[in-house]
Ligand binder design. Structure first.
Ligand code: SF4
Ligand code: SF4
Length: 376
């Protein structure tokens, strides 16, 4: 087999199935990434959502027998909505980050990788292939960087010259000796915009992310949001795009190449109040197909309550009062108590005093106290 020619065939085929960029790298260990991950773990910067075994994250030979190469793929996603939401005056909306617009990207990328696998197997029937997207062991960004898809920006995203950082990444380990591509030069230069603008200071020097401080991670947690971050969320109910939108390399980047990625504005920018009392079934029907729903409705509802407090939306007081008394989940009752205090007004204060007399849960009592504290 002429592997060089086969590589060109794979590249050509990838274009026909909606893969926007493809790169190739060796299957050797990602030594630099290992050092980085160990450092991150030592400093407790990791999110806890990752594969816990660092060796598996950096050594393809622990994931497949005799690997010879890794194919990295990138699909560009839109950064702007074609259709704008029409809101009535005073109706407040939350926002899902761009990576959660349209159909869950795991589904889309798996589809492309499956097609690519099928093609490779049609040409090399005894090829061994192992594909992964995001939740796989390997670090997508490390693979993409080494395969020449883009450089790793100080905002910890892979930045491609063609699509900016608005790309989803996936990869496939193979036992085919594809010739590796050359990694791209880091083009961040002296720019430091993303680090400077990050609302929580989560980007630490040298392109490191402290996930514990990153809003994108915090919006996915299920417990109470620590006080110091509540004022930083704004109307973000899932994820955060700030360090991408500020990046000059993303200027003018807005690609609409995949119909499945087009956002429905009513889903990507939903009204906040109706989220508060949404049933599981309603949530699943409306949001079940987007990646931002993977942690269930609780974090989204908690964040929606915080967003209503951010807007000081007094039209939400009745909903919040209901939630404070009626919701079975302490995190939701407690966050509602805090939000009522933030929004203020006699009705909110009365509701907090009433709840203070009946609430049995200690964590919620604490939030009621915090809420009442805003009136002092
Ligand atoms: Fe900071 Fe938001 Fe970027 Fe996280 S996603 S590093 S919080 S700007
Ligand atoms: Fe690099 Fe500047 Fe973009 Fe940050 S904002 S990733 S420093 S180019």
């Amino acid at each position: 087999m002429n592997w060089q020619k086969f590589k060109l065939d794979v590249i050509e085929y990838s274009k026909t199935i909606g893969i926007d960029k493809i790169g190739f790298t060796t299957s050797t260990t990602f030594d630099e990434m290992k050092i980085r991950l160990l450092h991150q773990q030592r400093l407790q910067y990791h999110s806890g959502f990752e594969e816990p075994d660092i060796d598996k994250r950096v050594d393809p030979s622990l994931l497949m027998d005799e690997p010879r190469s890794i194919i990295s793929i990138a699909l560009a996603y839109p950064s702007k909505m074609k259709v704008r939401v029409v809101s009535k005056k005073g109706e407040r909306r939350g926002i899902f980050c761009r990576a959660s617009w349209g159909t869950d990207y795991h589904v889309i990328l798996r589809d492309r990788l499956k097609k690519l696998e099928k093609y490779i197997l049609s040409r090399i029937p005894n090829a061994t292939l192992k594909s992964m997207v995001d939740t796989g062991e390997l670090v997508d960004r490390a693979v993409a960087q080494r395969a020449g898809i883009g450089w790793s920006g100080k905002n910890c995203s892979i930045i491609t010259p063609e699509f900016g950082s608005y790309v989803y990444l996936g990869e496939m380990i193979t036992n085919i000796p594809f010739e590796p591509d050359t990694p791209m030069e880091d083009l961040c230069g002296t720019c430091n915009k993303c680090v400077d603008i990050c609302p929580t200071g989560a980007l630490v020097q040298g392109g490191q992310l402290n996930a514990q401080k990153c809003i994108a991670f915090l919006t996915q947690t299920k417990g109470f949001l620590p006080d110091e971050f509540r004022g930083k969320l704004g109307n973000r109910i899932y994820g955060c795009d700030t360090c991408q939108t500020v990046c000059p390399k993303n200027k003018g980047m807005d690609y609409h190449l995949h119909v499945e990625m087009e956002p429905d504005p009513e889903i990507a920018k939903p009204l906040l109040k109706p989220l508060l009392r949404m049933s599981n079934r309603e949530f699943k029907e409306k949001f079940g197909h987007i990646s931002g729903s993977w942690r269930g409705k609780k974090p989204i509802q908690r964040n929606a309550i915080i967003a209503l407090a951010h807007y000081k939306d007094d039209t939400a007081i009745d909903e919040l009062k209901f939630v404070l008394i009626d919701d079975p989940r302490p995190v939701i009752r407690g966050t509602a108590a805090w939000a009522l205090g933030k929004i203020g007004g006699n009705s909110a204060k009365d509701a907090l005093l009433k709840a203070q007399r009946s609430e049995k849960d200690e964590s919620v009592q604490l939030e009621i106290e915090k809420g009442l504290g805003f009136f002092k």
